[in-house]
Design a protein around this ligand. Structure first.
Ligand code: SG7
Ligand code: ZN
Length: 273
């Protein structure tokens, strides 16, 4: 099927072939700015005036709002559905305001893989993406998604290490069994999203990039938090029960990360010397 793509290196629809049907996914032009990338810490540039992202309403749990969790076959996406009077979660960064539209996960079958970004070649087992669009310059996510400066994605690495469950992720992960198959959806109560993040301010990496799935639009300002959050092995095991299809065959939804792309002419900035 022409619109299909997957993470399978062996087939014809895997990351190395995305560019054939989705030309923006090619990383070969010197001007290209594809994501994810490997962050080489020694090559990052300290910028003393790089602002710390400011999280707005990440500490609010709306009593009347729900979150929709769905399995789209590529990941599990969590989407806030706000009541009109609710204050929306936002990030302020470099003078622009970005509204959170959804967050989702990339993960691996073991601790040596799973994250999309790598730091000095090292993967983490899970990377969470908090996807925001620029509400100062665009009317909605779809208008912003193809445009330079349109999106901001904040990346948080997770590792399964702790023996006790992470309370923030415990709001979500036990619900995975209700969205085991592609197309499954459920709702849960709104909770405070700051419980999903390592505390800020901290060392961040900031660089211009793209969406990491087709159509790979080069519209994303990436902020990668260097600090990891620990979840329990039991919580990690819930990721590994998810399926990428509707249940007719047994296809695990796992290793849903794009390989790192060429840095080309870009510089990764950091806020800590
Ligand atoms: C995941 O990553 C989903 C996509 C998302 C894509 O496959 O979260 O979103 C939905 C609603 O399915 O695509 C346009 C978009 O947000 C790429 O996002 S990412 O670059 O942060 N990984
Ligand atoms: Zn993502």
């Amino acid at each position: 099927q022409a619109s299909e793509w997957d993470y399978n290196a062996e087939g014809d629809n895997g990351p190395a072939d995305w560019g054939k049907r989705f030309p923006k996914c090619n990383d070969t032009a010197s001007s290209s700015r594809q994501s994810p990338i490997n962050i080489v810490v020694d090559n990052t540039k300290y910028n003393a005036s790089l602002p710390t992202p400011e999280f707005i309403n990440y500490d609010v749990a709306h009593a009347t709002s729900n979150l929709i969790i769905s399995n789209n076959g590529h990941t599990v996406v969590v989407t806030p559905k706000y009541a009109s009077s609710d204050s929306k979660a936002q990030i302020k960064y470099k003078g622009k305001t970005y509204e959170l539209v959804q967050f989702h996960f990339h993960w691996g079958s073991d601790s040596k893989r799973g994250s999309e970004h790598t730091i000095d070649g090292k993967h983490f087992q899970v990377e969470v993406h908090f996807v925001h669009y620029n509400t100062d310059d665009f009317n909605n996510f779809n208008e912003a998604k193809t445009e330079e400066g349109g999106l901001l994605v904040y990346a948080q690495f997770l590792k399964s290490f702790a023996s006790s469950a992470n309370a923030g992720y415990q709001e979500i992960v036990p619900q995975f069994e209700k969205v085991k198959y592609k197309g499954n959806t459920t709702t849960i109560p709104h909770f405070k999203f700051d419980t999903l993040l390592s505390k800020v301010p901290d060392r961040i990496y900031s660089y211009p990039g793209s969406l990491t799935t087709p159509t790979c639009d080069e519209s994303v300002s990436w902020i990668v938090n260097s600090q990891t959050v620990e979840i329990s092995q039991d919580q990690m095991s819930k990721f590994l029960e998810l399926k990428s299809n509707k249940g007719e065959t047994n296809e695990d939804l796992v290793n849903n990360y794009r390989p790192v792309q060429k840095l080309q002419q870009r510089t990764v900035e950091t806020n800590v010397p």
